[in-house]
Design a protein. Structure first.
Length: 359
């Protein structure tokens, strides 16, 4: 078995625009409104372009299965249940997580323009892809964007052996002047669980330290890891952050939490996922131009330090994804054979042609 650090087996490069068109057509074929289908498809392709196939096209069949089983309502109309100045609470009514969270990010920015800060809590939602998609939106609009969410249990509480804690990812993004946006997007496990699914898809081993198997032994087998436990980043610290993110995302929002949350790969269980979206209007603190200059200075400082052994340069958060996106837009996206085969099966099921390469 190859390593997860090895490049994926190529089955031909796919054009990003054709990937997006295919995913849009597939989602539309199962009842997703056209604009919403394009949004979800764009998020999937964007994850591929950023170099994170764990959140890319391998998830399309999961979303389709959940829509078909009825646990996701692709035409759900969200309802605002709390509207108090800077704060809103939205019941997503089992709608598409991408659509609900994009709307929440826009609403948080709108409220931040009026109050300096805008907070939108979303309950009864679903998986939304990469959190950075939405915090980048807010940063592009001149805000500091913060997003938390909860996920299905994949870790044990520190000192325990039962899977009861989600990796519960979170993201922070800010304007960064000439650098565009600086963005952090992390889960609280040693790795996002989706990367283990991606490794299984590619037929490669995972690094030691990512997970343990069902018996508690370290494993490099992705299938054994998925049947076992994800290890928290930084030991007890990762567990503590994940626990608090569940309070912010699930308890505070009025959504599900802990073992009440289900993942996107669970086709017939409602998700119960919740999100907390926070926008801080930079102009409420200091002029945006000054903020950008200060972030540029910070980036210059960290990139100018002497390099540690084995490193060619220092990157600021989000720089790697920006470079990957620019390169893969030109070169096309490498689809592992397993992902391509799954897309072919999906194309046949819904009657949508799969044409991903070509000029």
């Amino acid at each position: 078995m190859r390593s997860a650090d090895d490049p994926p087996s190529e089955a031909g490069r796919a054009r990003p625009d054709r990937l997006a068109a295919f995913a849009t057509d597939v989602l539309a074929a199962v009842g997703v409104p056209a604009a919403d289908a394009a949004l979800v498809a764009g998020c999937l392709v964007e994850a591929e372009l950023w170099g994170h196939p764990s959140h890319g096209l391998l998830r399309l069949s999961w979303y389709v299965a959940r829509i078909r089983s009825g646990v996701v309502d692709p035409t759900a109309t969200p309802r605002t249940v709390v509207d108090r100045g800077a704060v809103a609470v939205v019941d997503g009514r089992e709608g598409l997580g991408h659509v609900l969270t994009a709307a929440a990010a826009r609403e948080a920015v709108r409220r931040a323009r009026e109050h300096g800060a805008g907070v939108v809590a979303v309950r009864n939602s679903n998986h939304f892809g990469m959190a950075a998609h939405y915090t980048r939106m807010m940063a592009t609009d001149g805000c500091v964007g913060v997003l938390t969410t909860n996920s299905s249990p994949s870790m044990a509480p520190w000192g325990g052996r039962a899977r009861t804690v989600g990796a519960n990812p979170w993201s922070v993004a800010t304007p960064a002047g000439d650098h565009g946006v600086a963005v952090m997007d992390i889960s609280n496990g040693n790795v996002a669980r989706g990367k283990i699914y991606a490794a299984r898809e590619r037929g490669v081993e995972i690094p030691s330290g990512w997970a343990i198997d069902a018996k508690g032994a370290p494993t490099t087998d992705p299938a054994a890891a998925l049947a076992g436990l994800l290890l928290p980043m930084a030991g007890h610290k990762g567990y503590a952050i994940a626990f608090m993110m569940d309070i912010l995302s699930g308890v505070l929002t009025g959504s599900s939490f802990g073992t009440g949350v289900s993942g996107p790969q669970q086709a017939e269980r409602r998700s119960g996922s919740g999100h907390l979206v926070l926008a801080l209007d930079v102009e409420a603190f200091l002029p945006l131009a000054e903020f950008n200059r200060r972030v540029e200075q910070l980036i210059e400082e960290v990139k100018s330090v002497p390099l540690a052994e084995g490193f060619d340069e220092v990157l600021y958060p989000g720089e790697l994804e920006d470079r990957s996106q620019a390169r893969l837009q030109r070169e096309g996206i490498d689809l592992p054979e397993g992902t391509r085969a799954e897309l072919e099966r999906l194309a046949e099921q819904v009657g949508v042609p799969l044409e991903l390469a070509g000029a």
